[in-house]
Design a protein around this ligand. Structure first.
Ligand code: PBG
Length: 331
């Protein structure tokens, strides 16, 4: 028994719903959510993704419908990922530079459908376009070349910017890319283009379903450990964030999400900048798997995990549960 017992009883403020509401420290709202969408060719196409139950690839008409849905739900931003046709994938990922590629057409479709009513975040990395599934250009041994890759990423960023993207999100983890991309955007007159850097991106086992969704999983030889971070490292994440901010990032991302909440918190406390987290495909799949075998309640699991990101200090979360969570929050 402590000296303060029973004068101090923390259960007092938890005793009723009104009191819990009054003492709540963090709130989740639809405005905290960024909705990742997978794009495919054709029209009227919805392709369910087996390893990501409840998530589909949509053709452009479906993307337009999702954009309208996002606006009506109060979700501020979509994140786009293309499933490039196999014939358009190549060793050097040059399809990333095609002004009429699937990504650019999706950006324009959203723009035509909802105007400026919705943000469009685009991933900068070559994995949806390479025949080997790596995020950059490789040498004869399969090593991903840094500086040569950055040159292509600059072209990819300018291509997405020209198509009307609002936020460029480099997810490639090459050194120095934020600074070079920022300089190129300024030079091209894209002064208001935001860069959300995937600053602390780990070589994670949680990306499997995503790679199925963009069709790079089966192509990938080896792993991404020579550029994505070692899951054992924390200090190194702070160095990555410091560099990306110094090079011109407007906000930073930590990825994956829940297993790396400690990183999100440390980044927020150290830098006091907008921090976003990506609750990645494997995390989504884990929740859905738990629900399927009756191990948990979907709505409660979704809201609890997403609220945890707010408590950790995140400004928002990329989550495949975005539409479902927004519906729950709007109810
Ligand atoms: C591509 C990229 C990946 C994810 C987002 N952008 C996969 C990877 O790095 O292999 C993963 C997202 C998810 O798992 O939901 N560079």
């Amino acid at each position: 028994m402590t000296a303060n017992y029973p004068a101090l009883r923390l259960r007092r403020t938890r005793a009723t719903a009104w009191s819990r509401a009054m003492h709540r420290e963090n709130f989740l709202s639809p405005a905290d959510l960024i909705w990742p969408l997978f794009v495919t060719d054709g029209s009227g196409v919805e392709e369910p993704i087996g390893s990501l139950p409840g998530v589909s690839r949509w053709s452009l008409d479906g993307i337009a419908a999702r954009a309208k849905e996002a606006v009506s739900l109060g979700i501020p931003c979509l994140a786009l990922f293309p499933n490039t046709q196999p014939g358009r994938r190549s060793e050097d990922g040059r399809e990333a530079l095609n002004p009429d590629n699937l990504m650019c057409r999706a950006i324009k479709t959203i723009r035509d459908t909802v105007g400026d009513g919705l943000g469009v975040l685009t991933d900068v990395a070559l994995d949806p376009y390479t025949s080997h599934g790596q995020d950059g250009l490789i040498d004869a041994k399969g090593y991903v070349l840094n500086d040569a890759t950055v040159e292509v990423l600059v072209g990819q960023s300018l291509n997405q910017a020209a198509a009307g993207a609002d936020i460029i999100a480099p997810s490639d983890m090459m050194d120095g890319r934020i600074g070079v991309i920022r300089a190129a955007l300024e030079e091209a007159g894209h002064h208001n283009m935001q860069i959300m850097a995937y600053a602390a991106k780990y070589a994670s086992a949680f990306y499997g379903p995503f790679r199925d969704a963009v069709g790079s999983g089966g192509l990938l030889k080896g792993n991404k450990m020579t550029y994505q971070m070692d899951p054992a490292n924390g200090e190194e994440a702070l160095r990555e964030v410091a560099l990306d901010l110094a090079e011109g990032a407007d906000s930073v991302m930590v990825k994956p999400g829940l297993p790396y909440l400690d990183i999100a918190r440390r980044v927020k406390e150290r830098f006091e900048v907008p921090v976003f987290a990506y609750q990645v495909s494997g995390e989504y799949a884990m929740i859905e798997a738990a629900v399927t075998v009756g191990s948990g309640d979907r709505d409660a699991l979704v809201l609890e995990t997403l609220t945890a990101f707010k408590r950790a200090g995140c400004s928002g979360v990329l989550t495949y549960h975005a539409a479902h969570a927004a519906r729950l929050l709007n109810a």
